[in-house]
Design a protein around this ligand. Structure first.
Ligand SMILES: Nc1ncnc2c1ncn2[C@@H]1O[C@H](COP(=O)(O)OP(=O)(O)OP(=O)(O)O)[C@@H](O)[C@H]1O
Length: 236
C-alpha cells in the first residue's frame, strides 16, 4: 500500500475532528476526498502526512509507520492555497526548483537533472513560458499550478493535493487534469481533496466522502458534483 490510515483520531483543542478514520490507497489509484466545508478533509490529508498529530490510530506511508518514515522525496504535497504573494519575491522557476531541494540538499548547486526536472514540471502545468516571471504577477489559478509543478519537480510517487481546483478557472482545471493524467500514466498515485470533480471526474478511480469526521462513502464517484454534499440525501 502507498498509504494506510488506520483508525485515526485527530482532535483540535479536545474537539474530535477525525473520528477513527481508516483509508488504504494502493499504487496507481486516484482518490478524491469529498465532503462539505469543515467535514475534516484537509485534516485527513494532513494527518496522513504527519502534519497534524494523531491522538489515536496509525499511519503508514509506503509500508513504513509514519514515525519512522524518512523517504519524503517519494511524496509531493500541494497545500490548500495560502493567498497570493507571501511577500518573498521569487520567480516561477525558483519556486518550482524548491521541489528539488529534498533530492539535492540545500547546499549543492542545481544539476542539469534538477534544471531538467524543473523545466519538465513547468511544461506539465503549461507554465513553461512564464518561468522567469515573479510568482506574484500570476493569477490565483496559475499560482496553484506553480505549486503543483513544485511538487512534480521532486519526482514523487504519491501526490497529495488539498483542493487543487478550488477557485481555479476552467483552463487551469483542464491543464491540471491533463497533468494528473500523465502523472498517473507514468505510474503515480494521487490523493486529492476537492469540492467539485469537474474535469477530474474521468481520472478518479475512487471517491471517499468525509462527513463530520467520518468516512461515509468509499467507492464509486458520485454521479454529479452535488451528490457528495448531502451523502444520505436523495439516493435516487
Ligand atoms: N488548526 C486548527 N485548530 C482548530 N480547529 C481546526 C484547525 N484546523 C481545522 N480545524 C477545524 O476542524 C474542522 C475540520 O477542518 P478541515 O479543514 O479538516 O475541514 P475541510 O473538510 O477540509 O473543510 P474545507 O472544505 O472548508 O476546507 C473544522 O471545524 C475546522 O474549523
Amino acid at each position: 500500500m502507498v498509504l494506510e490510515v488506520d483508525r485515526a483520531v485527530v482532535a483540535y483543542d479536545g474537539r474530535p475532528v477525525l473520528d477513527g478514520v481508516s483509508l488504504k490507497v494502493a499504487p496507481a489509484e486516484v482518490v478524491a476526498i469529498l465532503g462539505a466545508n469543515g467535514s475534516g478533509k484537509s485534516t485527513l490529508v494532513k494527518a496522513a502526512l504527519g502534519l497534524v498529530p494523531l491522538s489515536a490510530g496509525e499511519v503508514r506511508l509506503f509500508g513504513t509507520p509514519l514515525r519512522r518514515f524518512r523517504e519524503w522525496r517519494r511524496l509531493g504535497y500541494v497545500p490548500q492555497r495560502v493567498g497570493a504573494g507571501s511577500g518573498v519575491p521569487a520567480t516561477v522557476a525558483e519556486v518550482v526548483a524548491e521541489g528539488r531541494l529534498a533530492r539535492r540538499g540545500f547546499l549543492r548547486v542545481a544539476s542539469a537533472a534538477d534544471r531538467r526536472a524543473v523545466a519538465e514540471a513547468l511544461e506539465a502545468v503549461g507554465l513553461a513560458e512564464r518561468a522567469r516571471e515573479p510568482v506574484a504577477v500570476l493569477s490565483g489559478g496559475q499560482q496553484q499550478r506553480v505549486l503543483i509543478a513544485r511538487a512534480l519537480a521532486g519526482g514523487p510517487e504519491l501526490l497529495v493535493l488539498d483542493e487543487p481546483t478550488a477557485g481555479v478557472d476552467a483552463a487551469s482545471q483542464e491543464a491540471f487534469a491533463g497533468c494528473l493524467d500523465r502523472f498517473v500514466r507514468d505510474g503515480g498515485t494521487v490523493v486529492f481533496v476537492a469540492h467539485e470533480l469537474g474535469p477530474l471526474r474521468p481520472l478518479i478511480t475512487r471517491a471517499v466522502v468525509v462527513h463530520h469526521g467520518e468516512i461515509v462513502h468509499d467507492g464509486d464517484p458520485p454521479e454529479t458534483d452535488n451528490d457528495h454534499v448531502h451523502p444520505h440525501a436523495g439516493a435516487a
